[in-house]
Write a protein that binds this ligand. Structure first.
Ligand SMILES: [Zn+2]
Ligand SMILES: [Zn+2]
Length: 284
């Protein structure tokens, strides 16, 4: 079943995907990096010397922020891989294209310079960085929340860099060491995602969330819910309609019990509301 599926995978043209990187997008990325560094620096300056800030608070904010960033990286990566198409206005070029390019040419990321690697993530992080800076610092809870958001967004920003290093043949020695002790995304761990049809281990900051999320069938469950609500087939644009549909049906057969239960619940609900509703495995 797996080999058949692999043969059907439609590969998008890597050259066309790479050409989608326009000067306008690059300018936006440079602006985002500058704005991001400014906002994070202002936050550190504001927290500095605040009597409510202690070492344990900082440590827990940084650790929780790391876990949250890993989870966010999984969600965003999953959305970019699974839904929408590269032809969509704005979103298609700026966000979906890099994910699709990465599946057909996984070394391209290692040729991207600092701006192309990190600009995207700085852009999406700006609203949260601004929020973290503007929160009141009047109580321990507010200070913690502000530190947590600031730390999380820092790790979100670092995600593509960690991801890039996981594809680099000979990363700097210290980076290689951090990968081996799994303090940042290790190459072997990330390889699991790069196995066709690219449907698991989406978390790419450090990857600590990948196993727990796989155990509860988190992403397949989310896909069921979205397909049920919209009729869209996951990965249709990335691997082609035929392969996507086949994968969707295969997944349904060997889904973890919790996913099956959710599916039955959803299908039951759909039928109760609307007799004869289109089944999620045969979307219109
Ligand atoms: Zn991917
Ligand atoms: Zn990768």
């Amino acid at each position: 079943m797996k080999t058949e599926l692999k043969n059907q995978l439609r590969q998008q043209d890597a050259t066309v995907l790479a050409q989608g990187y326009s000067p306008a997008i690059r300018a936006m990325e440079i602006f985002s990096i500058i704005a991001f560094v400014a906002l994070e620096s202002a936050l550190v300056w504001r927290l500095w010397g605040n009597p409510l800030v202690g070492p344990w608070m900082v440590l827990s904010a940084v650790l929780l922020g790391y876990l949250a960033a890993d989870f966010v990286s999984g969600i965003v990566h999953w959305m970019g891989d699974t839904w929408g198409s590269t032809d969509m206005p704005v979103l298609g070029k700026a966000f979906i294209r890099p994910f699709r390019e990465h599946h057909v040419d996984e070394k391209a990321i290692t040729r991207h310079d600092f701006v192309e690697t990190n600009g995207n993530n700085c852009l999406v992080s700006l609203p949260v960085a601004l929020l973290a800076l503007l929160l009141p610092h009047t109580s321990a809870t507010w200070v913690f929340l502000s530190s947590f958001l600031g730390a999380m967004i820092f790790w979100v920003m670092a995600t593509n860099q960690f991801h890039k290093w996981s594809h680099t043949d000979t990363p700097p020695v210290i980076i290689g060491l951090m990968q081996r002790v799994h303090l940042i995304l290790p190459p072997d761990h990330h390889r699991i995602h790069h196995t066709a049809p690219y449907d698991k281990y989406y978390c790419i900051t450090v990857g600590w969330m990948n196993k727990p999320l796989a155990l509860i069938g988190f992403f397949p469950m989310m896909e069921r819910v979205i397909t049920w609500a919209t009729g869209l087939i996951p990965r249709k644009d990335d691997i082609g309609a035929e392969a996507a549909l086949e994968l969707f049906q295969t997944q349904a057969a060997d889904a973890p019990p919790v996913v099956k239960a959710a599916q039955e619940l959803l299908e039951g609900g759909a039928l109760a509301e609307e007799p004869g509703a289109v089944s999620p495995v045969r979307p219109s």
